[in-house]
Design a protein around this ligand. Structure first.
Ligand SMILES: [Zn+2]
Ligand SMILES: [Zn+2]
Length: 422
């Protein structure tokens, strides 16, 4: 497989290298002009102009600000989608680079800076580079490449829909129908030159949880004449801890239940009517996902009932599990190993963070991997994590991203071209 198209492979590497300075320039421009989810107007325009200049068929305004480019190869074959997310975050940049973001906005009623603190600026720049690489070998391509530039990966503003979910609903995987999708995430704590991946469940499903505990208000000096929702909530929170530790088979996959906020009461000597708590659930296995929901429901309602209170549990699923199709993963990893060197392509533990690439993977086989963006020689724990003001990416890692996505597309098309034509 790795040697099926040596000429195209060499062309990818050459072209990617020659584009490196341009990719870095695009990235710096996007970095300096970050935009929040569903507001990626400038970024989308930059992307659309680039794709049009390359002669691609371009659709804009997909899922608000998304851009989709279609590149038809000179020969018949499958349809491969490549995806980059475009949104920044409400974080004030503290890194002193010449292209530092000074953009500010109001977010959830607070004044804040805006920053590409997750590295999506690099994703956009790399995929723009990939588009240019693959256009340069258009006649040799055995199939079609769909370039998906996605808004709002970090979540849409309150009251709005957005992201991969909305793109899928708007039919981004149809016309032409996508056979496989690839995506990557730059990582600030993985060395440049390293690729990390995992087969199967890679990033967690995310649920938002809320539990309202209703008791009966009374004087704080006479608890017996009411039903105390604060004591009941304390018992429920303790009860929730037993779900992961006592009910789940954690040898199968990890899970997390976190209560992030609890509100109730107003004064020392009043037992309030109600306590509200909110939290998040992370799971990596669909059966465990269902089991956790049922156990939370049972634990909360039964503990409340035993106290004479009532617990109202609401769980909303935000993102499903980011699940790398095992067959596709096995098929494509050799392509990455050929590029990065076998020792630099490593299997990573599952992550309890989430990624809305999962919505694409629910519909078509997909493979999502992590690309090193940390300066060589530094240690992971010394580097600022994603979503923080000191988040920093070493741009020399991007050329491997351009090569990787180009190579995955070309190799997938090569491998599946014959099947498709028949
Ligand atoms: Zn992020
Ligand atoms: Zn991200």
């Amino acid at each position: 497989m790795a040697s099926a198209q040596p000429a195209l492979h060499a062309q990818i590497d050459q072209k990617a290298k020659s584009l490196e300075a341009k990719v870095i320039e695009w990235r710096r421009d996007i970095h300096q002009h970050p935009e929040l989810g569903n507001r990626e107007f400038r970024t989308a325009e930059k992307v659309a102009n680039h794709l049009r200049q390359l002669g691609m068929e371009v659709k804009t305004g997909v899922a608000h600000t998304g851009v989709v480019g279609i590149l038809k190869g000179g020969r018949l074959g499958p349809v491969v989608a490549l995806r980059a997310d475009m949104d920044g975050l409400p974080v004030t940049e503290r890194v002193n680079v010449p292209f530092k973001s000074t953009v500010t906005t109001e977010y959830n009623g607070q004044q804040t800076g805006v920053m590409h603190a997750c590295g999506h600026d690099t994703h956009v720049a790399m995929l723009m580079g990939v588009a240019e690489v693959l256009v340069s070998m258009k006649n040799e391509l055995k199939g079609t490449v769909k370039f998906i530039f996605q808004p709002a990966e970090e979540g849409a503003p309150t009251g709005e829909q957005g992201g991969a979910d909305l793109m899928v609903k708007e039919g981004v995987l149809e016309h032409p129908k996508v056979d496989a999708i690839f995506g990557l995430h730059i990582n600030s704590q993985t060395e440049v030159g390293t690729i990390r991946y995992r087969s199967g469940a890679t990033m967690a499903a995310v649920d938002w949880l809320s539990i309202d505990v209703k008791g009966k208000q009374t004087h704080g000096a006479a608890p017996w004449s009411g039903v105390d929702p604060i004591v009941t909530s304390a018992q429920i929170i303790t009860g929730l801890q037993t779900i992961v530790s006592r009910s789940l088979d954690i040898t199968n996959a990890p899970a997390v239940i976190t209560i992030g906020a609890i509100h109730g009461g107003i004064r020392q000597n009043i037992i309030p009517e109600e306590v509200k708590m909110i939290g998040t659930i992370r799971t990596l296995d669909e059966d465990m996902h269902k089991q956790v929901h049922k156990r939370i429901q049972d634990v909360a309602t039964n503990i409340a009932e035993s106290a004479g209170a009532v617990a109202d549990v609401k769980i909303e699923t935000l993102y499903p599990v980011t699940y790398n199709n095992p067959q596709l993963t096995e098929e494509m990893v050799p392509s990455l190993e050929a590029l990065a060197g076998k020792n630099n392509v490593v299997i990573t533990p599952a992550q309890t963070g989430a990624e809305d690439f999962s919505f694409f993977q629910q519909k078509v086989p997909g493979f999502f991997f992590f690309l090193g963006g940390m300066p060589k020689g530094r240690r992971g724990h010394e580097s600022a994590p994603h979503h923080t003001p000191d988040f920093y990416i070493d741009e020399s890692g991007m050329v491997l991203g351009v090569r990787s996505l180009s190579r995955l597309a070309v190799d997938y098309m090569e491998k599946h071209a014959s099947k498709k034509v028949q």
